[in-house]
Write a protein that binds this ligand. Sequence first.
Ligand SMILES: Nc1ncnc2c1ncn2[C@@H]1O[C@H](COP(=O)(O)OP(=O)(O)OP(=O)(O)O)[C@@H](O)[C@H]1O
Ligand SMILES: [Mg+2]
Length: 537
Amino acid sequence: MQVLIVGGLGGQIGAASKIAMARGASVQLAESVTTALNILRAGKRIDLVMADITLDVGALITALSRERISVPVVACGVGNDINGAVNAIKAGAQEYIPLPPEADLIAAIFEAVTEESHALIHRDPRMTETLRLAEQVSRSTASILITGESGTGKEILCRFIHRKSNRADKPFVAVNCAAIPENLLESELFGHEKGAFTGAQARRIGKFEEADGGTLLLDEISEMDVRLQAKLLRVIQEREIDRLGGSKPVKVDVRILATSNRDLEAYVQSGNFREDLYFRLNVVNLDIPALRERPGDIPVLAEFFVRKYSEANDMPIRPISPLAIERLVHHYWRGNVRELENTMHRAVLIAGPDEIGPEAIMLSGTAPQPAPQAPPPQQQGYGASGPDPRDIARNNVAASAYNPAYVNQAYRSSGAATGGYDTSGNGTYGAPPRQPAPAPQDPYTENARAAPASAPTDIADDRADQGVISENGSITAALVGRTVADVERELIIDTLKHCFGNRTHAANILGISIRTLRNKLRQYNDEGVSVPLPGNG
Ligand SMILES: Nc1ncnc2c1ncn2[C@@H]1O[C@H](COP(=O)(O)OP(=O)(O)OP(=O)(O)O)[C@@H](O)[C@H]1O
Ligand SMILES: [Mg+2]
């Protein structure tokens, strides 16, 4: 991970750099916003910018957005400068870090920005076979399409392929096509020349050039718009890129990996994905099985995460009891490895001193069931699949209770509800078109319920808890007669307003991934609904 520190951080550069380096990050320093912008324009890989609030953080963020450079910025200020913090967040900073910096807070932010651990743990024969195939094809230059449900480990497999390839000592550059707004993605990939568009004050090197000699991961490729798909196809065919506003093409030598948790073939059929590009990318397809289809991986992954989070939280490493393992192995794992990771993180924090027992394994959701013939009345509206505000509140309380480190200070001091980074295990289910196959009800799940397989909403389908709703209908009673999509949209927009437009906070509070939130907002925009601007109220 590469961190760019901008400004003096109130004399705390040394402390902040030390903490960052102890977490394996490399640190670059820029004394001013101008120097920082020059570094970012040069296409040096920067994963996170930490900017001193005594500098003009707003100007930095505006310049980044004007120049179509997409990088998370966190603001840092001495003590609890609430005004400075609120201003920075309003300007679009994703978080506020009070100085002197705390190691735990920095670690949590790093973790939220990039999922740093790249070890690929496995034991189940199905996964072993997938990895054998991956290793076999890694040394070729062929493009590979990696598919699998959300949270199965597509990105981690891409890093594995890069490590095993003969490009391992060259850069591995990942671009999330879903997380980067459409108008920025082209610049992000291909770079631009000075004057290419209003705001392009200097040449900017894109990810293709940054990855030269190495591997470029195009994550969530299905989200790339069709016009950009045409440009990408040309790059793959010609092995050269055109910077925006550039007069001559630039040769690049890049191996492309692409991931998708959607059914790309269906996308091709519906005209949303170019068929020729699909064939170009899909020279080899590695499909990662869902976690429930490789139960042999569950105990080893659980132990790995217990070790990881015990170390991160300075807690003793405790064994997982056989009963707890049994609960884990029987769960349906809609959120796959990511859900297991979050579950074990929570277990590490709440388990007793001697072992991680079944009581520390808090599971939510259950296997999708076939749609009932005639659903009982309670299953309509939220009961079936929509977000229950009380469940959301419950999740947020849980998130902030077990991860106090990452609560945004400015946000906390404004008296608003707090949310941790996305450890809910629900965060990335986002519209999985690869519907998990119906499976038997998980007897170990607390929120056992029956939900139709074709849930109309994609966010909170694991949260609906029929029991909770029917025991006290006061909140939901007022909503009867409205559609789930309608209420969901209102909840999302209100939460966003509450967070001054800050996407990261809103996603945390809603218990969904930032990507799911962005997709929803894009959809609302398309539908003509007014969506709060990033960083504004
Ligand atoms: N085999 C594994 N060993 C260790 N950690 C894993 C493994 N598989 C997944 N993880 C962890 O689970 C989380 C999700 O993995 P990853 O981001 O690679 O999934 P993904 O399929 O790309 O998800 P999404 O579709 O939501 O982008 C990460 O924190 C990753 O480190
Ligand atoms: Mg991914």
